[in-house]
Ligand binder design. Structure first.
Ligand code: SAM
Length: 159
């Protein structure tokens, strides 16, 4: 867990009660075990990373091979969740509100990446474009929004 505070950073008390529950649907295996080695944002030409999908969700991968790119959502589980104001450079000069950053330190530490689908294996995917530590919990997989066309009928509001 990240515990260090930089000069001028502001934390708040976080409530005990949670508003929603999440299911970790898998685990992300990456080459990075230390935060300082991890890229700040993944690159589509980055290293192969393996997405292991837990049962009973492996059947939910059906059809995913039709997409060249996916959006992944993951839980940045080693983040602190109480930062309101951050000093990303650690130099005590420039501050940003948490919601003006893509920092992993946020009340709900959800990370998102657009990734390239390299291979589909039984119960697993190989992708490129990630920026998370080895063992980061996976919370969702979606087809890339540009490649996806709705499978359900149009609704009047769709124009
Ligand atoms: N691409 C995602 C996004 O924009 O939502 C995440 C960006 S975040 C800046 C990526 C950084 O989070 C990494 O460089 C690393 O320092 C940190 N990080 C990666 N995995 C983490 C984890 N499991 N828990 C806490 N911090 C993590």
């Amino acid at each position: 867990m990240e515990t260090r505070l930089r000069a001028g950073e502001v934390v708040t008390e976080t409530p005990e009660a949670h508003d929603a529950g999440l299911l970790f649907i898998g685990r992300i295996c990456t080459p990075w075990t230390r935060r300082e080695d991890c890229p700040r944002q993944g690159r589509l030409d980055g290293p192969d990373c393996r997405i292991e999908v837990f049962e009973p969700w492996q059947a939910a991968l059906e059809g995913i091979g039709a997409y060249a790119h996916l959006e992944l959502l993951y839980w940045l589980d080693r983040s602190r969740r109480d930062l309101v104001r951050q000093n990303p450079k650690g130099d005590g000069t420039r501050y940003f509100g948490t919601f003006a950053l893509r920092s992993p330190q946020r009340p709900n530490p959800i990370g998102t990446s657009q990734v390239r689908l390299v291979a589909v294996e039984p119960g697993a995917l190989v992708v490129r474009g990630l920026d998370c530590l080895d063992g980061t919990p996976l919370i969702d997989i979606k087809p890339d929004r540009c490649e996806f066309t709705p499978k359900a009928p149009m609704k009047p509001a769709d124009g």
